[in-house]
Design a protein around this ligand. Sequence first.
Ligand SMILES: C[S@@+](CC[C@H](N)C(=O)[O-])C[C@H]1O[C@@H](n2cnc3c(N)ncnc32)[C@H](O)[C@@H]1O
Length: 212
Amino acid sequence: MQTKATEFDQISKNIFYPIYPVIAQQILAERKGISEGTCLDVGSGPGYVGLSIARQSKMQVCLYDMDQNALEIAKKNINEALLEDRVFVKYGNVEEIPYPNESFDLVTSRGSLFFWQDKVKAINEIFRVLKMGGTAYLGGGFGNQKLKDMVDQKMLAIDDQWLVKAAMRKGCADDYENLLKKTIVKQFTVKEDDSGLWIVFHKTSEPTKEQH
Ligand SMILES: C[S@@+](CC[C@H](N)C(=O)[O-])C[C@H]1O[C@@H](n2cnc3c(N)ncnc32)[C@H](O)[C@@H]1O
Protein backbone atom coordinates (compact mmCIF):
# COMPACT_ATOMS: atom_id res chain seq x y z
CA MET A 1 0.00 0.00 0.00
CA GLN A 2 1.21 3.52 -0.82
CA THR A 3 1.27 5.31 2.56
CA LYS A 4 1.67 9.05 3.03
CA ALA A 5 5.21 8.34 4.22
CA THR A 6 6.08 6.35 1.08
CA GLU A 7 4.66 9.10 -1.13
CA PHE A 8 6.70 11.74 0.74
CA ASP A 9 9.84 9.59 0.47
CA GLN A 10 9.39 9.33 -3.31
CA ILE A 11 8.98 13.11 -3.62
CA SER A 12 12.00 13.70 -1.37
CA LYS A 13 14.14 11.23 -3.32
CA ASN A 14 13.10 12.36 -6.80
CA ILE A 15 12.42 16.09 -6.43
CA PHE A 16 13.59 17.57 -3.10
CA TYR A 17 16.92 15.69 -2.87
CA PRO A 18 19.30 18.62 -3.73
CA ILE A 19 17.80 20.85 -1.01
CA TYR A 20 18.87 18.67 1.95
CA PRO A 21 22.67 19.09 1.82
CA VAL A 22 22.21 22.85 1.40
CA ILE A 23 19.86 23.05 4.40
CA ALA A 24 22.24 20.89 6.48
CA GLN A 25 25.08 23.29 5.63
CA GLN A 26 22.96 26.29 6.70
CA ILE A 27 22.04 24.57 9.97
CA LEU A 28 25.61 23.53 10.77
CA ALA A 29 26.83 27.08 10.07
CA GLU A 30 24.80 28.13 13.16
CA ARG A 31 27.03 25.78 15.22
CA LYS A 32 30.07 27.83 14.18
CA GLY A 33 32.37 24.96 13.30
CA ILE A 34 31.37 22.59 16.14
CA SER A 35 30.92 19.36 14.23
CA GLU A 36 30.57 16.86 17.08
CA GLY A 37 27.75 16.14 19.51
CA THR A 38 24.15 14.99 19.36
CA CYS A 39 21.35 16.07 17.03
CA LEU A 40 17.61 15.43 17.23
CA ASP A 41 15.80 15.81 13.90
CA VAL A 42 12.13 16.32 14.81
CA GLY A 43 9.52 15.21 12.26
CA SER A 44 12.35 13.60 10.35
CA GLY A 45 10.09 11.70 7.96
CA PRO A 46 12.38 9.54 5.79
CA GLY A 47 15.37 11.28 7.37
CA TYR A 48 17.10 13.29 4.68
CA VAL A 49 17.81 16.37 6.83
CA GLY A 50 19.33 14.28 9.62
CA LEU A 51 21.26 12.12 7.18
CA SER A 52 22.72 15.19 5.46
CA ILE A 53 23.75 16.58 8.86
CA ALA A 54 25.44 13.27 9.70
CA ARG A 55 27.30 13.27 6.36
CA GLN A 56 28.56 16.83 6.87
CA SER A 57 29.56 16.42 10.53
CA LYS A 58 30.58 13.87 13.12
CA MET A 59 27.28 14.18 14.98
CA GLN A 60 25.18 11.32 16.38
CA VAL A 61 21.72 11.89 14.89
CA CYS A 62 18.32 10.74 16.14
CA LEU A 63 15.58 10.74 13.48
CA TYR A 64 12.42 11.39 15.51
CA ASP A 65 8.89 11.08 14.13
CA MET A 66 5.38 10.07 15.18
CA ASP A 67 4.77 8.10 11.97
CA GLN A 68 6.04 4.53 12.24
CA ASN A 69 5.88 4.08 8.44
CA ALA A 70 8.18 7.08 7.97
CA LEU A 71 10.63 5.60 10.48
CA GLU A 72 10.68 2.24 8.68
CA ILE A 73 11.69 4.10 5.49
CA ALA A 74 14.21 6.14 7.50
CA LYS A 75 15.82 2.90 8.74
CA LYS A 76 16.32 1.73 5.12
CA ASN A 77 17.77 5.12 4.20
CA ILE A 78 20.19 4.95 7.15
CA ASN A 79 21.36 1.51 6.00
CA GLU A 80 21.75 2.63 2.38
CA ALA A 81 23.78 5.62 3.57
CA LEU A 82 25.98 3.28 5.67
CA LEU A 83 25.40 5.50 8.67
CA GLU A 84 24.03 2.91 11.15
CA ASP A 85 26.84 3.71 13.58
CA ARG A 86 25.80 7.37 14.00
CA VAL A 87 22.14 7.67 12.94
CA PHE A 88 19.14 5.94 14.57
CA VAL A 89 15.36 6.32 14.70
CA LYS A 90 13.04 6.99 17.62
CA TYR A 91 9.23 7.05 17.65
CA GLY A 92 7.33 9.83 19.40
CA ASN A 93 5.51 13.15 19.41
CA VAL A 94 7.43 16.43 19.63
CA GLU A 95 5.06 17.51 22.40
CA GLU A 96 6.50 14.84 24.70
CA ILE A 97 10.09 14.03 23.80
CA PRO A 98 11.22 10.84 25.58
CA TYR A 99 14.68 12.12 26.51
CA PRO A 100 16.03 13.75 29.69
CA ASN A 101 16.71 17.47 29.98
CA GLU A 102 19.80 18.68 28.11
CA SER A 103 20.27 15.65 25.84
CA PHE A 104 21.02 17.32 22.49
CA ASP A 105 23.48 19.87 21.12
CA LEU A 106 21.30 20.54 18.10
CA VAL A 107 17.57 20.18 17.42
CA THR A 108 16.48 20.51 13.81
CA SER A 109 13.08 20.33 12.20
CA ARG A 110 12.14 21.01 8.59
CA GLY A 111 8.61 20.94 7.18
CA SER A 112 7.02 19.56 10.35
CA LEU A 113 6.18 22.49 12.66
CA PHE A 114 3.06 23.36 10.63
CA PHE A 115 1.54 20.02 11.68
CA TRP A 116 2.22 20.24 15.43
CA GLN A 117 -1.01 20.48 17.46
CA ASP A 118 0.38 22.36 20.47
CA LYS A 119 3.31 24.34 19.10
CA VAL A 120 4.05 26.11 22.41
CA LYS A 121 4.34 22.79 24.25
CA ALA A 122 6.50 21.42 21.41
CA ILE A 123 8.94 24.34 21.45
CA ASN A 124 9.19 24.22 25.25
CA GLU A 125 10.02 20.51 24.95
CA ILE A 126 12.72 21.26 22.37
CA PHE A 127 14.20 23.89 24.70
CA ARG A 128 14.12 21.37 27.59
CA VAL A 129 16.07 18.68 25.70
CA LEU A 130 18.64 21.16 24.35
CA LYS A 131 21.97 21.20 26.14
CA MET A 132 23.31 24.50 27.44
CA GLY A 133 25.00 26.11 24.45
CA GLY A 134 22.80 24.05 22.11
CA THR A 135 21.03 25.31 19.00
CA ALA A 136 17.53 24.83 17.62
CA TYR A 137 16.79 25.37 13.91
CA LEU A 138 13.09 24.89 13.15
CA GLY A 139 10.88 25.79 10.21
CA GLY A 140 10.75 25.17 6.53
CA GLY A 141 12.47 25.98 3.31
CA PHE A 142 14.16 24.74 0.16
CA GLY A 143 17.73 25.94 0.65
CA ASN A 144 17.80 28.88 -1.75
CA GLN A 145 15.71 30.59 -4.43
CA LYS A 146 17.11 28.55 -7.31
CA LEU A 147 16.30 25.26 -5.56
CA LYS A 148 12.86 26.53 -4.55
CA ASP A 149 12.11 27.46 -8.17
CA MET A 150 13.20 23.98 -9.30
CA VAL A 151 11.01 22.29 -6.64
CA ASP A 152 8.01 24.54 -7.47
CA GLN A 153 8.31 23.75 -11.15
CA LYS A 154 8.54 19.97 -10.62
CA MET A 155 5.82 19.88 -7.94
CA LEU A 156 3.43 21.95 -10.08
CA ALA A 157 3.77 19.34 -12.81
CA ILE A 158 2.29 16.72 -10.44
CA ASP A 159 0.05 18.93 -8.25
CA ASP A 160 -1.47 22.13 -9.62
CA GLN A 161 -2.39 23.21 -6.05
CA TRP A 162 1.23 22.97 -4.84
CA LEU A 163 1.87 26.71 -4.48
CA VAL A 164 -1.44 27.34 -2.71
CA LYS A 165 -0.85 24.47 -0.26
CA ALA A 166 2.78 25.48 0.34
CA ALA A 167 1.79 29.11 1.06
CA MET A 168 -0.95 27.99 3.48
CA ARG A 169 1.46 25.75 5.40
CA LYS A 170 4.32 28.24 5.52
CA GLY A 171 2.75 30.94 7.73
CA CYS A 172 4.63 34.20 8.24
CA ALA A 173 7.41 35.65 10.38
CA ASP A 174 4.89 37.51 12.59
CA ASP A 175 3.10 34.23 13.42
CA TYR A 176 6.41 32.69 14.46
CA GLU A 177 7.39 35.75 16.55
CA ASN A 178 4.02 35.62 18.36
CA LEU A 179 4.34 31.88 18.89
CA LEU A 180 7.83 32.15 20.38
CA LYS A 181 6.72 34.91 22.76
CA LYS A 182 4.34 32.36 24.37
CA THR A 183 7.16 29.87 25.03
CA ILE A 184 9.97 29.73 27.60
CA VAL A 185 12.48 30.72 24.90
CA LYS A 186 13.46 34.30 25.59
CA GLN A 187 16.01 34.92 22.87
CA PHE A 188 15.34 33.81 19.35
CA THR A 189 15.58 34.90 15.73
CA VAL A 190 12.97 34.44 13.06
CA LYS A 191 14.68 34.58 9.70
CA GLU A 192 12.78 34.83 6.45
CA ASP A 193 14.90 34.87 3.32
CA ASP A 194 15.68 32.77 0.26
CA SER A 195 16.44 29.83 2.55
CA GLY A 196 12.85 29.81 3.85
CA LEU A 197 11.22 30.71 7.16
CA TRP A 198 13.17 29.53 10.19
CA ILE A 199 13.20 29.96 13.95
CA VAL A 200 16.73 29.85 15.38
CA PHE A 201 17.65 29.90 19.05
CA HIS A 202 20.59 29.03 21.26
CA LYS A 203 20.12 27.84 24.82
CA THR A 204 22.24 30.17 26.91
CA SER A 205 20.34 30.05 30.21
CA GLU A 206 17.73 28.04 32.08
CA PRO A 207 14.20 29.47 32.08
CA THR A 208 13.16 31.10 35.36
CA LYS A 209 10.83 29.18 37.74
CA GLU A 210 7.76 31.20 36.62
CA GLN A 211 8.45 30.17 33.03
CA HIS A 212 8.22 26.41 33.82
C1 LIG B 1 6.45 16.99 5.45
S1 LIG B 1 7.24 15.78 6.45
C2 LIG B 1 8.88 16.47 6.55
C3 LIG B 1 9.92 15.39 6.66
C4 LIG B 1 11.36 15.86 6.71
N1 LIG B 1 11.64 16.70 7.84
C5 LIG B 1 11.80 16.55 5.44
O1 LIG B 1 11.95 17.79 5.46
O2 LIG B 1 12.01 15.88 4.44
C6 LIG B 1 6.58 16.14 8.08
C7 LIG B 1 6.89 15.06 9.12
O3 LIG B 1 6.56 15.56 10.43
C8 LIG B 1 6.03 14.49 11.20
N2 LIG B 1 5.25 15.05 12.32
C9 LIG B 1 4.11 15.79 12.24
N3 LIG B 1 3.69 16.12 13.47
C10 LIG B 1 4.58 15.59 14.35
C11 LIG B 1 4.67 15.59 15.78
N4 LIG B 1 3.76 16.20 16.52
N5 LIG B 1 5.71 14.95 16.35
C12 LIG B 1 6.63 14.30 15.59
N6 LIG B 1 6.59 14.26 14.23
C13 LIG B 1 5.58 14.90 13.62
C14 LIG B 1 5.19 13.71 10.19
O4 LIG B 1 4.92 12.40 10.63
C15 LIG B 1 6.06 13.78 8.95
O5 LIG B 1 6.92 12.67 8.84
